[in-house]
Design a binder for this molecule. Structure first.
Ligand code: FE
Ligand code: FE
Ligand code: ZN
Length: 278
């Protein structure tokens, strides 16, 4: 069965979030380790996380993909903001050790005028400061739409970061279908070519998870506005081609479309029906 899920709220506890995932026929999901707006870490409740871990194993879940706070910017001009990014990631990764063998995805950040080179260097510096050789979580760089001074709109930029990381086996990539399309990679009509390019530049073995979002904007728009599945430029067909592609179909696919959890449940049902899984 394809690993399909959505971004869920951990506000009511981690085990509850797992139950919510089961309730919408998901077998993977994404979540924030802390309040998404603030930087404050939650007190870790090992029992709650243990219960989630058992639930995921019992229900045959694929890997889950935690998401770093949106306010994290590891390549900010401001040293304090960079330090905060490292602190948040380190804290989230400590929590993730209670859910071993999963992923933690983050936006590489915006270099705000410092240039791509300097930005990539700062992102790698943070990873080198935070990653531990014995950690059981693989951290994922997300492909971005390339709006403003955002890093990660080009596969080459992600490759630059990966090349500077001291623990390469602890870092992979998460591909977001809305973002790559907005960045100019035609995953709707030329998916084979895009994957070929990804493989050449980064290596497909580094691709560990995908966000499946339709896009409100045309190819190359550099906007990053997610649309519900089937209501954007990728279309239901484009998304289905993506999740059934032989080089991708084993990966966890996470919806981040503008819906609440019941709406995501409907999208999962639609996708499972379309690919003949229900
Ligand atoms: Fe993201
Ligand atoms: Fe995303
Ligand atoms: Zn986005």
């Amino acid at each position: 069965m394809t690993y399909l899920g959505a971004h869920l709220s951990s506000a009511g506890g981690f085990y509850k979030m797992g139950q919510a995932a089961v309730g919408i026929d998901a077998n993977t999901f994404a979540f924030f380790c802390r309040n998404p707006r603030g930087s404050k870490a939650k007190a870790v409740d090992p029992e709650d996380l243990q219960k989630l871990r058992e639930l995921l194993a019992a229900e045959g879940f694929g890997p889950v993909v935690a998401h770093a706070p949106y306010i994290m910017n590891p390549c900010s001009k401001d040293e304090g903001i960079r330090a905060l990014a490292a602190e948040m990631m380190a804290g989230d990764l400590r929590l993730m050790e209670h859910l071993p063998g999963n992923y933690y995805n983050f936006h590489p950040g915006s270099h705000v005028g410092q240039g791509t080179e300097a930005g990539c260097r700062m992102i790698a510096d943070m990873l080198n400061a935070v990653l531990q050789p014995d950690q059981q979580t693989v951290v994922l760089l997300e492909t971005m739409a390339g709006k403003g001074s955002e890093i990660g709109g080009r596969f080459e930029e992600l490759r630059q970061i990966l090349d500077m990381v001291a623990l390469p086996e602890k870092v992979g990539v998460c591909m977001d279908t809305c973002h790559v399309s907005d960045a100019g990679y035609d995953v709707r009509d030329h998916l084979d070519d895009v994957l070929e390019e990804f493989d050449r530049v980064i290596g497909l073995e580094r691709l560990k998870a995908c966000h499946i979002n339709d896009s409100m904007n045309p190819l190359g728009a550099r906007k990053d506005r997610h649309a519900p599945i089937g209501e954007g430029t990728l279309g239901l067909e484009g998304i289905v081609r993506f999740i059934t592609h032989p080089r991708l179909r084993h990966l966890p696919f996470i919806l981040e479309t503008p819906h609440d959890t019941p709406g995501h449940g409907k999208e999962i049902a639609l996708l499972r029906q379309t690919i003949g899984e229900r």
